[in-house]
Design a protein around this ligand. Sequence first.
Ligand code: MN
Length: 132
Amino acid sequence: MKVVTAKDMQTGPGPENWFTGAVWRDSAPTSASPDVAVNRVLFEPGARTHWHTHPEGQILYIITGTCRAAREGEPPVEVEAGGVVYFAPDEKHWHGATSDTYMVHMAINVATTTDGGTDWMEPVVDEEYAGE
Ligand code: MN
């Protein structure tokens, strides 16, 4: 058994080349779990990830607010707190807050790359975020 206490979580702002808008992450240290990335992520209203894929897929557990998410070629959907979103391996997608609520999710994915199991791509432009 391993325990990572709250004070040992690694907290910091989301990098600008991964996110649009203000995002904060609490990451479990990779030394505790080298094969699985565990992150709690807070998005301000309107904030979202860039387009990206996860080689082994990803699970999001929505904790607070409403998540707005889409996969390539489909309009965004909204998932309220308490819901779970699954992304298949290599499914191109994005996720973030709605425009009028902040949102917190747990993100869990197999850590296959140096970026913790995520291949980052281009920003989600406003029209894509709005589903236009
Ligand atoms: Mn993702």
